[in-house]
Ligand binder design. Sequence first.
Ligand code: ATP
Ligand code: MG
Length: 256
Amino acid sequence: MAKIFCVANQKGGVGKTTTTVNLAAALSSIGQRVLMVDLDPQGNATMGSGIDKREMKLSVYDVLLESATIAEAAAWSESCRYHVLGANRELAGAEVELVDLERREKRLKQALSSVLDQYDFILIDCPPSLSMLTLNGLCSAHGVIVPMQCEYFALEGLTDLVNTIKQVHANLNPDLQIIGLLRVMFDPRITLQLQVSDQLKAHFGDKVFDAVIPRNVRLAEAPSYGLPGVVFDPAAKGSQAFVSFATEMVQRIQKM
Ligand code: ATP
Ligand code: MG
């Protein structure tokens, strides 16, 4: 049975999409069956997994509006070796269209329930907001992976997300928990980053993943080739860090 994880942080540009596609590719490289769900109308995770968002006939939009199943809408990425339930601009309209529908925040959960036995991991890339789309992700998930940069105000920025997760846990999805905080774009030469990293560990303890993703130009270059860094340059430091993270995730789900 698949474990489902949202990669979420309402802050923009913190590394959610990079984390989602690289973790998906790294998990696949160590033998896990993976479905990656793009819940962001920007469609970056779709493009970054080698699927052209402009040429998709069916997407997560059709799944949320129940005009297609996941089996129909998901595409296999041959280069990345995982399935992609993609997104494009059409998804921005779902926000409004869902408002009047019943079970609007549980549409994705419902759809995923029919494919759970086909995967080990389902990873959901969330948009930088706490919107109805993100809510669909949080309602579906067993856990939230929170990528964060070790910057000043990093902890303050987490408060809204932690409160939202608490509310969803209490009202909509009793399974939901923060599985962990992932330090990304980390540069150990910057003293402040080391300090914030220590603060995170003091505050959140073992909720902070052991794996640390360094700032690495290969990870930033890979999307322009339509690939995760892990596939584009497996030997890069950033790619290797994602493989360590994937191994850690496999160990964590055994304890869940
Ligand atoms: P958004 O909120 O817009 O969805 P995001 O949280 O998904 O953004 P990304 O798109 O993953 O963030 O990353 C933002 C930028 O930082 C991208 O240009 C990406 O290539 C770059 N980036 C992410 N992680 C790293 C890293 N470890 N090293 C270097 N660059 C990185
Ligand atoms: Mg993104």
